[in-house]
Every structure is written in structure tokens, then in C-alpha cells.
Design a binder for this molecule. Sequence first.
Ligand SMILES: Nc1ncnc2c1ncn2[C@@H]1O[C@H](COP(=O)(O)OP(=O)(O)OP(=O)(O)O)[C@@H](O)[C@H]1O
Length: 242
Amino acid sequence: MKQPVVIASNITHTFGSSTTRFTVLREIDLKIYTNEVLMLVGPSGSGKTTLLNILGCLLKPTAGIIDLRGKTTQSLNEEQLASLRLQHFGFVFQAYNLFPVLTATENVMVTLDLLGVKRRAAQERAHELLKLVGLGHRLDSYPAQLSSGQKQRVAIARALASDPPILMADEPTAALDAETGLKAMELFCMLAHHQHRAVVIVTHDPRIFPFADRVVHLEDGRIVERSSILPDSQSLTMGHSS
Ligand SMILES: Nc1ncnc2c1ncn2[C@@H]1O[C@H](COP(=O)(O)OP(=O)(O)OP(=O)(O)O)[C@@H](O)[C@H]1O
């Protein structure tokens, strides 16, 4: 049976305090699996990014449990969470967050440096990853010399530097034209299906929905619909599986 890499149970999250309290997620149950592209969709403000941040251990939920490959995370301190994130997650943010003064290779090497990889090996690995994402001809380019799609590929290569089992991306196609967006999605699908990673994507972009193996629809902080469109699934299931 497939084992989930992340199990979120009964997650509720509230921002603010006393008069400004605002509950953005309510009683969310969700499992994340290897080999699949899971999309979190829903209207603006429905809680998608907050949920992604909680699933990726960037944010502690107000209530509920995150189980990461068999271990719960709620009692971990910031330092322990940072080390856990480095080991298990790669993040691709909409703004890419590349260092403008570093080349594509050096941007990827930053993560490898954090992992203690020696310079020579880090450079080789960075080159390998940049080739994997189709940027073998742009190894020494600076972010300002790259297109949006290329910057995003550097961000993906950097997210893969620690060889994380789980890749998370927030609106990865928002700044891309249709064709570049589709290429980015082909890359995410390859990383899920051929490299056996779990890929979780927050998106508003209906053009990329067909690339999802599973879609979870949020509204007002609740999951209102789940659909499974895995090729090997028995049937289309709505509103049941987590
Ligand atoms: N740090 C914060 N402090 C207070 N409120 C916040 C914070 N982060 C998010 N919110 C609020 O929580 C709600 C959910 O935000 P979130 O970014 O998770 O939604 P979203 O579905 O990703 O939205 P969008 O699609 O517009 O990015 C919003 O009403 C937002 O204003």
C-alpha cells in the first residue's frame, strides 16, 4: 500500500490575537504521497499558501498534527524544524528568491553549502541539476540575464539540491507565459513520476490543472472537494480520500 510522506490531521490555523483573530484553516485532513503531483486550488484568500507553509513545516499550525514520514513535528524547535526542512523539502516560491549577485551555479551551490558539501562537489552537483532543468547553457548567467522561465528553473534546481523527497511550489506558473508554464509543469511531472518525489503545487492557473494527479479545492479555509485523477486509480473519487 502507498505510504504518505506527510499526513496533516485536523489542522486549524488562526492569525492574530484577541480582536484581530482570524481563522484561515479549519479541520484540514490531507495526505501527501510520493510519485504524485498534488494541486491545492481555490479562490484568493482561501488558505492555500498558509496550508502549503504548514505542510512544509515553515509555519506551525495553531492546532492539529503534521506527521512527516512517521514523525510528528509539533514539539520541534525552530532549529530542528530548519534542519528537517533542509532534509525533506525543496521550495520554489513565486518570486524565485534568487541572489542577484550570484550566478545560476552559485545560487544552487548556496543550498549545497548549507548541507556541508565541499566546493568542488557542490559545483559539479549544481551543474548536474542545472542541466537536468534544461539550463546547461546558462550555468554562469546571473538572474538579471535570465528570462522568467529560466529563473524559475534555477529556483527548481536549487530546490532539488538537497535531493528532497518533497517539492513544494507556490504559484509556479503565475509569472510565465503559456508555453513556458507548460514546460515547467512537464518538469514538475517528471520530478514526481520519474524521480519519485511528492510535488505539491498551489495554483490559480486552470491551464495547469490537467497536470495534477490529485486536486484539493479549498474555500474559506476548508477542503470542499478532492478529486483523484491518477491514471492507476480505480475511479474518479470526489469528497472522500485524504
Ligand atoms: N501572516 C499573516 N497574518 C495575518 N493574516 C494572514 C497572514 N497570512 C495570510 N493571512 C490571511 O489568511 C488568509 C489566507 O491567506 P493565504 O495566503 O493562505 O490564501 P491563498 O488562498 O493562498 O490566497 P492567494 O491565492 O490570494 O495567494 C487571507 O485572508 C490572508 O489575508
